[in-house]
Design a protein around this ligand. Sequence first.
Ligand code: ZN
Ligand code: ZN
Length: 284
Amino acid sequence: MGKKTIFLGAHTSISGGLYKAIEEGEKLGCTTIQIFTKSSRSWHASKLKEENILKFKETQKKSNIKTIIAHTSYLINIGSPNKDTEKKSIDALKLELERCQDLEIPYLVLHPGAHLKSGEEKCLEQISKNLDFVLKNASGKTMILLETTAGQGTNVGYKFEHLKEIRDKAKEKKKIGTCLDTCHIFSAGYDISTPTEYKKVIQTFDKIIGLKNLKAIHLNDSKTNLNSRKDQHENIGKGYIPLKTFSLIMNDKRLKKIPKILETPVKKVDEHKVEIDLLKDMVK
Ligand SMILES: [Zn+2]
Ligand SMILES: [Zn+2]
């Protein structure tokens, strides 16, 4: 496997301008990055200015960044039983999807939602319905990627079956894909700590969701053990997931073309360089 074809990167910061995230990715040696297209802690954002869109696209064109992925705000919960939160979440998701379309970002990662004790089944159905509502009138090509979760609190998405069910019930299937987070699936109870178990988990994923629907991978180690149901990312090699597992992922031919993004804790984004280099060196 040629080193040139590694699709690896990190979540980078848009502070100072959207294009800055691309420049930051370049410095780290990324070929893919993930960004928030707006503040992750707010519902709203003013419309993107044409000049900023152009600067973003031009910066990408001149860079080695092949794929840019967006991640939605953590506030969004389209599965909420609270009508007000649901409405705000739908509007916010629409707005984020439009920003991705303006920026020609192909994938928008979304945490499916939390039921807040109203029941998983109802929550999954509501998520499907709301995804259809948001995607139905979307003009661009951007896909929404449902992220596997750790199942912390009342979050759904900690079983591959949840993501399958959401997608199966939706009409806009072509615009719904999956993002697999290594920390989250491990915390949710999918054992990826040995080559045999890893193989089984990938097979299970393929059987239930389908590897063709896997569009992004989040490479994170976990601060907490298998089945802890905690969403606590750790730097690669410092948590409970063995380094060997990351090597298996980096060398898995089926996952070769899937963008792999680090979301590990760093004080400064250039600290990701160590992990990027470590992961690149694993490729045989
Ligand atoms: Zn996420
Ligand atoms: Zn993630």
